[in-house]
Design a binder for this molecule. Structure first.
Ligand code: PMP
Length: 367
């Protein structure tokens, strides 16, 4: 068996130990005589899996007691509608929502939210081709926004917030909503500074199909009447994420990933490793003009690293050589071009080192 180094942006690499354990437990989970996929979501076996996953996630991210953790479906794109459906009714209609446009994913959130509210783009780095994050003091926030939406890690463009922006009293203390799909659990976060955090699981958490939402208690219970019941955070919270059938197998694997993270030393230890992994790549790109990363240094993502070959006519040869060395999924997103290495929690430092070794070898040959 050859396991590749998979640099996919998502669905993405999972820890091998987790896959191994899932394989061992596939036919008979803990003497139940069945796989987790076959269990009733209301049975005591699955409830124990769900409760452990919820508890471990809360512990790993330090989620305070006045926040609910919801295990939903619908992905990040679903939340682009589900968030306004749950939050805009707290204000007189039509409510205003502030957005900071830092790349493809916040742009998508803006487009969807326009169906449910008046959108104010408080700041945008589109003119800089999303290579920077607009500084907090340049944001033109509304007086009474229902919330302020940011995407804290832009998976496609490769920019990441390195701090939590304060939303002051002058804006009516609007809650901060963050799409953390592609870097949740990769770094420490002060959850108490956010009203809502959401993320699809398929990058840093587990299989696709599961979406995690962390919502402060006072922001739950305001869904518009048109909000589908399965996405009304109050109904979901009251039913411990079992209002409808949750994505049980994805929750099980996410739970194993949480246990693995705890064994690795938790989020703080992961963050140190992620800093070191990202530095291996960025330091190399900064040391040569054969490759380039175009992102402002203080906004560079630790998770998604876009890069370009100086001579783009070599792109296909580069990718073919990478594949021969079992370095997969390095082609950049079509909207950006070039290459992209996604180096989530489960990508070992050896994988990043193997990529750097290949980058050097390729440069020697073609530079
Ligand atoms: N937000 C971000 C930051 C993402 O990276 C993605 C997926 N790449 C999404 C939202 C959308 O996720 P999904 O396809 O699961 O809806």
């Amino acid at each position: 068996m050859t396991r590749v180094y998979n640099f996919s942006a998502g669905p993405a690499v999972l820890p091998q130990d987790v896959l191994q354990q899932a394989a061992e437990e596939m036919l008979d989970w803990h003497g139940s005589g069945m796989s987790v996929m076959e269990m009733s979501h209301r049975g005591k076996e699955f409830i124990s899996i769900y409760e452990a996953a919820e508890r471990d996630f809360r512990e790993l991210l330090g989620v305070p007691a006045n926040y609910k953790i919801l295990f939903l479906q619908g992905g990040g794109i679903g939340e682009n509608a589900i968030v306004p459906l749950n939050l805009v009714a707290r204000k007189s209609q039509p409510a205003v929502v502030d957005f900071v446009n830092t790349g493809s994913w916040s742009s998508k959130s803006i487009k969807e939210a326009k169906k449910y509210c008046t959108v104010n783009v408080a700041a945008s780095s589109e003119a800089q081709k999303f290579t920077v994050i607009p500084p907090r003091d340049s944001w033109k926030l509304s007086k009474d926004a229902a919330y302020v939406h940011i995407c804290t890690n832009e998976t496609i463009d490769g920019v990441e917030f390195q701090y939590t922006p304060e939303i002051g009293a002058e804006t009516g203390n609007a809650p901060l909503v963050a799409d953390m799909s592609s870097h949740i659990l990769s770094r420490a976060v002060d959850v108490s500074k956010y009203g809502v955090i959401f993320g699809g699981a398929q990058k840093n958490i587990g299989p696709a199909g599961l979406t995690l939402v962390i919502a402060r208690d006072d922001l739950i219970g305001h869904a518009l009447s048109i909000c589908p019941s399965a996405f009304d955070w109050k109904l979901v919270a009251e039913n411990h994420s079992m209002y409808n059938t949750p994505p049980t197998y994805s929750i099980y694997i996410a739970g194993l990933v949480f246990q693995w993270l705890k064994k690795q030393g938790g989020v703080a230890a992961m963050e140190q490793r992620n800093i070191a992994k990202a530095a291996l790549l960025y330091d190399y790109f900064d040391s040569t003009d054969f490759y380039s990363n175009k992102i402002a240094k203080d906004c560079r993502s630790r998770m998604n690293v876009p890069f370009f070959l100086r001579d783009e006519s070599l792109n296909d040869i580069f990718l073919a050589g990478a594949k021969e060395r079992h370095l997969l999924q390095l082609k950049g997103h079509k909207s950006v071009g070039g290459m992209r290495a996604s180096i989530y929690n489960a990508m070992p430092v050896e994988g990043v080192q193997a990529l750097v070794d290949y980058l050097k070898e390729f440069e020697k040959k073609h530079g």
